[in-house]
Design a protein around this ligand. Structure first.
Ligand code: FA5
Length: 338
């Protein structure tokens, strides 16, 4: 019996030392210490031995069990170390491989031009105001002296939502909204998206305007020209040909539009500028007394100028873009150039 216990113990320790993986070590544990192991069978058969032999064999079996458990623990530590090393070697990153590279994005040209235009006016002391893109007929037209049934309404091809509600056709409604709430002096810009039923190389059904207006008690047309000339020089540089041209808007009197030399022909005349050599970028003028009346100002005491510029047109002129649609197609080959 003693010999049998010794044999089991030696064989178990040998098998444990020779185990090459945690899985085979676990198999050895089940085989030598599990419910069906030879050692457990021996313990169960202790009762069949003469009583004077039982304590001795019992303690031999227990010693063998402890020795096997100790061998299992030590081998497990060794095997875990080996397996960890193998895993680290397999997962090793080759830092010399070329990287995937990060593609850098950039702001949309319209965002860039809008930011630049806002910056110029903020430096001149203007503050930013906003208004809704879904407007009422009153703010888009009536308040701006564009009365119902007056032919001047045809200047804006309007998307109506219902009788009195429309997509704003310009940013000028913000003039009324701000002046209704605040007293002069005011120097405000209102950037935003506007909508018109228009579409060709220089007209888009959705485009961007930047409205500006300044109201105080002795504002002159000279102030309007000074501010806009300063803006145009900062935006396009000293060299770019620009011109002021008399015009008409129901909410300004007198009125003027500003043109910049055409992006495609630089003034010679082509299909884009309809052979004029110029592209119109903004409308402007001295605020009409009827607008002041609509917001409750005393038209005898206050005066002011206003302008509304097309940001898309400015982007076309600045970057030499010959079709406004390119700004809305989101073609990465186009956008990556900015
Ligand atoms: C207006 O919208 C006036 N509210 C501007 C104004 C404000 C005048 C304050 C006086 C005082 P107009 O319709 O001309 O004006 O548009 C102004 C500018 O928006 C144009 O000069 C042009 O640059 C741009 N624009 C007009 N329609 C389109 C369009 N469909 N697509 C792209 N840009 C456009």
């Amino acid at each position: 019996m003693e010999e049998k216990v010794r044999q089991i113990r030696e064989q178990a320790i040998k098998v444990i030392h020779e185990s090459q993986s945690l899985a085979s070590l676990d198999e050895a544990r089940i085989r030598y210490l599990g419910k069906k192991s030879a050692l457990l069978e021996l313990l169960k058969s202790l009762g069949t031995l003469p009583s004077e032999e039982r304590p001795k064999i019992g303690s031999l079996v227990n010693e063998a069990k402890e020795a096997i458990e100790q061998a299992l623990r030590s081998r497990k530590i060794v095997l875990m170390g080996i397996e960890q090393k193998q895993r680290i070697a397999a997962e090793k990153i080759d830092v010399t491989l070329p990287g995937k590279g990060i593609r850098r994005g950039s702001s949309h040209p319209l965002t860039q031009v809008m930011a630049e235009a806002k910056d110029i006016f903020l430096r001149l002391g203007f503050e930013i105001a906003e208004g809704p893109e879904i407007e009422t007929e009153y703010y888009n037209f009536d308040g701006l002296n564009i009365l119902p049934h007056h032919p001047s309404r045809d200047m804006w091809s309007t998307f109506f939502i219902k009788d009195d509600v429309l997509l704003r056709t310009h940013t000028s409604p913000v003039q009324i909204r701000v002046m209704e709430k605040h007293k002069p002096p005011l120097a405000i810009i209102a950037p935003g998206r506007v909508y018109r039923c228009d579409s060709d190389a220089t007209h888009s059904p959705v485009f961007h305007q930047l409205e500006g207006f300044l109201v105080d008690n002795k504002v002159t047309f000279g102030d309007l020209k000074g501010v806009l000339t300063d803006f145009l020089r900062q935006m396009f540089g000293q060299e770019k040909p620009v011109r002021f041209r008399p015009s008409y808007f129901p909410f300004t009197e007198p009125s003027a539009e500003v043109d910049v030399a055409c992006v495609l022909c630089n003034g010679k005349g082509c299909r884009l500028c309809k052979e004029t050599g110029w592209l119109e970028i903004l409308g402007s003028g001295m605020i009409d007394p009827n607008v002041f009346k609509a917001v409750g100002y005393d038209a005898e005491k206050v005066s002011g100028f206003a302008f509304g510029m097309g940001i898309d047109r400015i982007a076309m002129l600045k970057y030499g873009i010959d079709n406004i649609r390119l700004l809305y197609e989101n073609d990465l080959r186009f956008l990556e150039q900015f």
